[in-house]
Design a protein around this ligand. Structure first.
Ligand code: SF4
Length: 224
């Protein structure tokens, strides 16, 4: 078992989150949804695409199949046609039908507000389950996606590429009340500043508390 974080490590982590809260005072998912099941479906569809693409598709999807029972019994090929533009449409279609069927079969069609239950649904991993808990249930949860992974490693908050280990390391670093505040801010920061290639370190408000050894220098004036 890894050592518990030191006081200094917790202070650095708190400082990072404070600064990201200043940068992003209000933050939440851009996915549009009316209830927890719709958010679950939209979150599954959002893998490897933008929230805008998902928002363009879900009104059609939920008009055609308005309830969890409807989607659980939907025709695979019809659903594929509707979600096609979100990419990976075969896998996503199979997942949203299967998770709806699981909800109908085992949870009376109601999305459970518990991580251990959520991850038993087909097509639902810890990341998706954590998004639902934090966003739709107000339950403390940390969703680790590629941005959270990259940003937390570069900052030196964690030193592992395994999403579940990152989730638990962040849980150790932060008080439970902060958990749900972390993911969306790290994600947005990872999209805007700490991008995968050539992070914008020269204008980063976290540079002085960041452990990343290869910080990007400011571009020359004629760098384009
Ligand atoms: S200094 Fe660079 S690597 Fe560190 S958090 Fe900021 S953008 Fe990311």
């Amino acid at each position: 078992m890894p050592d518990a974080p030191t006081v200094a490590e917790r202070a650095q982590a708190g400082d990072v989150l404070d600064r990201l809260r200043t940068r992003y005072p209000e933050i939440g998912t851009a996915l549009r949804y009316d209830d927890q099941w719709q958010l679950l479906v939209a979150t599954v569809l959002s893998a490897q695409t933008t929230d805008e693409n998902v928002n363009a598709v879900t009104p059609v999807l939920f008009q055609r199949w308005p309830t969890v029972d409807d989607l659980a019994g939907a025709d695979l090929e019809e659903v594929e046609k509707v979600v096609y533009s979100t990419g990976f449409f075969r896998q996503k279609t199979a997942s949203i039908i299967a998770l709806s069927a699981d909800l109908v079969d085992r949870y009376d069609g109601v999305v459970p507000g518990d991580l251990d239950d959520l991850v038993t649904l087909r097509g639902v991993g810890r990341k998706t389950a954590s998004v639902i808990l934090a966003e739709a249930f107000g339950v403390p949860a940390i969703a680790v996606d590629t941005h959270v992974n990259r940003v937390s490693n570069r900052l030196g908050l964690v030193s592992t590429a395994a999403p579940e280990k990152i989730e638990f390391a962040l849980r150790d670093l932060y008080p439970e009340d902060d958990w749900s505040a972390i993911s969306m801010r790290f994600i947005q920061f990872g999209r805007e500043v700490c991008v995968a290639r050539r992070p914008r370190c020269w204008e980063c408000t976290l540079a002085d508390v960041c452990a990343y050894p290869n910080k990007t220098p400011a571009p020359e004036p004629d760098d384009g």
